[in-house]
Design a protein around this ligand. Structure first.
Ligand code: SF4
Ligand code: FES
Length: 243
């Protein structure tokens, strides 16, 4: 163990961290799952989905943007926190048009998998039924903003990994929406390619690669076989192995 290693405690389990790691980084490295949607290993955390809410002392905070500090006593896997996470998930569902049985992302969707993981049995809140613009201008990729949960993952993936800056989030509050940074505002005029991380990273069915949706049959998809807890831990192991 390196000499600069420190320790934090999550649900009574003592785990090491290295300076610069967030609580989320340290937890995943120790194979402790903290529910998350907008966190992705290797991308700058944005802290916008709030699924990773944990309690440190009397405060609740987002684990993905909170630096690990020696001696922190963190509460993560409790009925109360998971209930709060379920309410956040329900709000994400009603803000968009997430009609799982007719969405080609079903079984591969992190929002749907999070609903299952947290025992979500209904939407609880009234549906918004909002209509946002669909961009079908690109030969290989379709963007359906009505399913976008504004997680910012495509924005960060395009900027930080693909080096293209194809997407941004404009507006605030209920007016917030995803925009395409091209002269026409359309995907066809952007540099987005179907091999880009930004085209693959969407946790829901908002960014879809054409002619790929049914290559894996329903029943054999990611979350038909694994829980989001298992895939969340797996993603972090793969990132650590990539160095
Ligand atoms: Fe997130 Fe997908 Fe919306 Fe991009 S399009 S912000 S990845 S939900
Ligand atoms: Fe931490 Fe989304 S995973 S706020």
């Amino acid at each position: 163990m390196s000499p600069d290693t420190n320790f934090i405690e999550i649900d009574g389990q003592k785990i090491p961290f290295t300076p610069g790691q967030t609580v989320m980084d340290a937890a995943l490295a120790a194979k402790i799952y903290i529910p998350h949607l907008c966190h992705y290993p290797g991308l700058t955390p944005s802290g916008n989905c709030r699924l990773c809410v944990v309690q440190i002392g009397t405060k609740t905070t987002a684990a993905c943007i909170t630096p690990a500090t020696a001696g922190q006593q963190i509460v993560n896997d409790t009925a109360a926190l998971n209930e709060a996470r379920k309410s956040i998930t329900q709000m994400l569902f009603i803000e968009g048009n997430h009609i799982c049985p007719s969405c080609e992302k079903t079984g591969n969707c992190k929002l749907q998998a999070m609903g299952y993981y947290l025992g979500m049995l209904d939407d609880h809140f009234p549906q918004f039924y909002q209509r946002r613009e669909i961009d079908a201008s690109h030969p290989d990729i379709v963007l359906d903003r009505s399913r976008c949960i504004l997680c910012d993952l495509c924005v960060r993936a395009s900027r930080e990994i693909d080096k293209k800056n194809v997407f941004s989030i404009a507006g605030r509050g209920t007016d917030a929406h995803l925009i395409v940074n091209s002269a026409s505002g359309k995907l066809a005029d952007s540099r987005l390619e179907k091999t880009d991380l930004a085209a693959a990273i969407c946790p829901v069915g908002a960014i879809l690669v054409r002619e790929a949706g049914y290559q894996v049959p329903i029943g054999q998809r990611i979350y038909d076989c694994l829980t989001i807890q298992e895939t969340g831990l797996q993603e972090s192991i793969e990132d650590n192995n990539d160095g």
